[in-house]
Ligand binder design. Structure first.
Ligand code: 5RP
Length: 258
């Protein structure tokens, strides 16, 4: 099975050059197989890796392996996927405590701090995942980094109201010194490099500023605090101290940190 981290699967993953999508499927399926049991409240992440976890949950509910699950999606896209698979959905309004949340990430540092929000869903992701007893992150090896920042721009969700002002305030934060801030254009989920396109709007009706770094962010928790204390910032893509475990698919197979 693609989802099992047996010596055989490690062997076959190492032998066959698996595509990025196959790696994402392995970790997505494994997260559900290993961490979800009947009766749980489950947080469903957003993005091309989380997609496979949602798919697997739908399969296991349909074939009766799992029962009495309710799930909380972290974006409109994920909500639509879950609905199409018949996964029963609830919200944080009725369920403030989740047993487990499963989601992808854009970068993972050695302390298992994350950059998230490449798919524009960071606010709902953080709201849901911070309420989970276990937060399981699923990535392929390309997402691992020594320091957050240079490998992937840090998304910050800000109000549309006076966004240029807020963008300047963010770029001037001491802990983010040297970053370049750009308003995300096109689709919030995918972004766009086409000038002249309209700003991307999140599921919550806000804009996203992407922060580009040449050097790693020295102190991610401090940067998170400064961003959160900036009026006009709704939330940001630094997820510090939240990760329970990361399931990683690499060329030598699937492994878990810590
Ligand atoms: C969406 C996210 C995603 O989890 C992150 O962008 C990773 O996505 P993918 O699995 O497609 O690489 O934070 O807001």
């Amino acid at each position: 099975s693609l989802s099992a981290s047996t010596p055989a699967s490690r062997h076959s993953a190492a032998k066959m050059a698996l595509s990025q999508d196959e790696l994402k499927k392995m970790v997505g399926y494994k997260a559900v197989d290993d961490y979800v049991t009947s009766g749980m409240v489950v947080g469903l992440g957003t993005g091309s890796t989380a997609y496979f976890a949602v798919e697997r949950l739908g399969q296991l509910l349909k074939d009766g392996t799992l029962k009495d699950i309710v799930a909380i999606p972290t974006s409109i896209r994920t909500k639509e996927q879950a609905e199409s698979l018949g996964i029963p959905l609830v919200t944080l309004d009725t369920h403030s405590k989740l047993d487990v949340a499963i989601d992808g990430a854009d970068e993972v540092d050695p302390a298992l701090n994350l950059v998230k929000g490449g798919g524009g869903a960071l606010l709902r992701e953080k709201m849901v995942e911070v309420c989970a007893d276990k937060f399981i992150v699923i990535v392929d090896e390309s997402k691992l980094c020594d320091g957050l920042g240079p490998g992937f721009p840090l998304p910050v969700e800000i109000t549309q109201f006076c966004w240029e002002h807020t963008m300047r305030k963010v770029a001037a934060l001491p802990s983010l010194a040297g970053c370049e801030a750009k308003l995300r254009l096109g689709s919030a989920a995918t972004g766009s490099k086409v000038d002249g396109e309209d700003p991307a709007v999140t599921d919550n009706g806000n804009y996203i500023v992407d922060l580009f770094f040449k050097e790693p962010i020295k102190d991610p928790p401090k940067a998170a605090e400064e961003l959160k204390n900036t009026v006009g910032v709704v939330d940001h893509g630094l997820f510090c101290g939240m990760t329970t475990s990361v399931i990683i698919a690499g060329k030598d197979g699937v492994y878990t940190k810590p």
